[in-house]
Design a protein around this ligand. Structure first.
Ligand SMILES: [Zn+2]
Ligand SMILES: [Zn+2]
Length: 353
């Protein structure tokens, strides 16, 4: 696990470095040097600077929040309840109505309430677990989903706003670099007519990517003779700009897709964990005394209530209670359990109202 934590620390450092590079590119090169200083579009430049800084700083803030308190946030430490004292149907793991416990690491037989999962990377049982996110190097839990979805949406929005002023210029520069590369004798000989270029470095796509990079290299040599100003990297084709925009575009699309999937699960009353195939240790996946029907979601309260529950969590510092609060069950599932004949034969669940 130490190796995994090390890899995650590397990922986190890279994400923060990319965020910092994007902020630097947007604030100084696009906003200040290009829009305001070179093009003298003062009002647009100031609006752009304000918008892009609010968006990127919010992303950074949410990212740091989601990465923090890895050892302590949402760690489930509740005493094992007495099943004979419970008066409402509850989620359990077997026909006797027993509760799941965790025997791993320092958990040492402690209770795993519904929706709790032992994260092997963090080494702790986490309440309201959704998934462990290697990008933030931490578990994402239900109380933190709001910050998570907001961060993903702002990543996409930040990318669109950040790139908007230079999008068409950048596309022109890329086509120019490609054209220069395809017509240059040296580039043709060493890259375009070299057969392995079709196979290595990512196939035909990689062939065009490296071909374009060669074009940028040729343009750089020409540029260095003409343009000596350091800060004007938007006016002339600079490969650094393409790399930062390219990498952030991958993140932005990934974030948008992930946000959409997460929102879908929230509205269905599911977590990433509950959509995985059941195992005997997941108390959230089955009510064994009254087995669930295929596809039945016991914690789905309907789209409106699921959405309201999602919104009810504070964005930061979700409340922790010392007593465990049982999750509400889906009314249809509850009705079916209450009217079930097996109710009377099961000593472990008493459903008196
Ligand atoms: Zn555990
Ligand atoms: Zn974790």
């Amino acid at each position: 696990m130490a190796a995994l934590v090390f890899v995650e620390t590397l990922i986190q450092s890279s994400v923060l470095a990319l965020l910092l590079s994007s902020w630097h590119l947007c604030t100084f090169h696009i906003g200040l040097y290009w829009m305001i200083s070179s093009q003298q579009r003062y009002r647009n430049g100031v609006c752009y600077l304000v918008a892009v800084n609010i968006l990127l700083l919010s992303v950074a803030f949410l990212y740091i929040h989601l990465s923090s308190f890895r050892k302590s946030h949402g760690v489930a430490r509740y005493p094992l309840p007495d099943k004979y004292q419970l008066t409402e149907p509850y989620l359990c793991i077997n026909i006797h109505g027993d509760f799941a416990t965790c025997e791993r690491g320092s958990c040492a037989g402690q209770w795993k309430p519904p929706r709790t999962h032992h994260c092997s990377v963090c080494g702790a049982c986490r309440s309201d677990f959704d998934h462990h996110c290697p990008w933030v190097g931490n578990c994402v839990t239900l109380p933190r989903l709001k910050a998570f979805v907001l961060m993903l949406s702002l990543v996409f929005l930040g990318f669109i706003v950040g790139v908007m002023p230079i999008a068409s210029k950048l596309l022109d520069q890329i086509s120019l670099a490609l054209l220069v590369s395809r017509t240059d004798e040296w580039a043709k000989e060493t890259w375009w007519n070299w057969t392995p270029a079709w196979i290595f470095f990512g196939g035909p796509f990689g062939r065009y990517f490296i071909g374009t990079a060669i074009g940028y290299r040729i343009l750089k040599e020409a540029r260095d003779n003409l343009d000596s100003t350091n800060n004007q990297i938007i006016n002339q084709p600079h490969f650094r700009v393409v790399v930062i925009v390219g990498l952030t575009s991958i993140f932005a699309i990934f974030a948008l897709v992930l946000a959409a999937f997460t929102l879908r699960r929230i509205l269905r009353g599911e977590t990433t964990l509950s959509t995985l195939p059941p195992t005997s240790s997941r108390s959230t996946s089955i009510i064994e005394v009254h087995p669930l029907k295929p596809g039945e979601r016991p914690l789905d309260l309907g789209i409106v209530k699921n959405w309201n529950t999602f919104l009810s969590y504070p964005l930061f510092n979700p409340r922790r209670t010392s007593l465990y609060i049982w999750p509400r069950l889906n009314p249809t599932v509850l009705r079916r359990i209450r009217s079930s004949k097996r109710l009377n034969t099961s000593p472990s669940i008493n459903t008196q109202e």
